[in-house]
Design a protein around this ligand. Sequence first.
Ligand code: UDP
Length: 281
Amino acid sequence: EHLRSNPNFEFIHHDITTFIDIKGDLDYILHFASPASPIDYLKIPIQTLKVGAMGTHNCLGLAKAKGARILVASTSEVYGDPLVHPQTEEYWGNVNPVGPRGVYDEAKRYMESITMAYHTFHHVETRIIRIFNTYGPRMRLNDGRALPAFIGQALRGEDMTVFGDGSQTRSFCYVDDLVEGIYRLLLSDYPHPVNIGNPDEITIKEFGEEIIKLTGTSQKLISLPLPTDDPKQRKPDITKAKSILGWEPKVSRAEGLKITYEYFKSLSPEDLHRMAHHKEF
Ligand code: UDP
């Protein structure tokens, strides 16, 4: 919305699982099309597979036709429920192809595979970023992920829903750090996958407790069943990002959570209601 008035910005609404026709020259393509939240991609599993597979194929075809460089958004989910910790780019992962998360994980793994093939066989300039858990202002409050769920619950005075016993870990990266990592990778000459994420690992239970402290609420943590194949641990090894891109996260979780909470707190009750009930799919 904030870009609509920019004369250098044009919005084209198009389904990339069909042929993409863009007039004129293209320098860069950044392919981020996909739902990324487990509850979202479980609502539209086939579309998730199609956008990662056919959508990526069309974007790569467009890059080849235009001589453009393309960056594709992969994910820490390619590591599945990882048996190597922290996750290095060399680790091949532990993914259940027929489990509920398989529709996202395998689409992204196929994305990486076809992207490397276009690099190798068609000499397209390709970049693959593996994005770990990211958060910040303007997330959808009802997108089902831990941070918007917890902050939404804090604002509504509801108990916080921790899935399982909350001992599973994640490592949360503030959005501005991620954007800087994407930009640096795009401008680099490195065609292999690069992890971008914040290695500061925390259990989901501790994360909930941090948000209770931050919001000053007197909520309780309540336990709900752990979703099938929910990864038990996740933490990026960012040695490559550091050495190849000179990148590392700058925003601590304390700082990032504060900015994010201030943003949600500043919204009107109408906006909050709309964001909590918005139907994306
Ligand atoms: N989670 C939770 N309560 C919620 C939402 C998520 O305990 O209301 C847990 C979820 O089971 C997972 C972690 O928080 O272990 C991160 O979940 P999220 O959906 O944010 O992303 P994921 O890393 O699983 O893709």
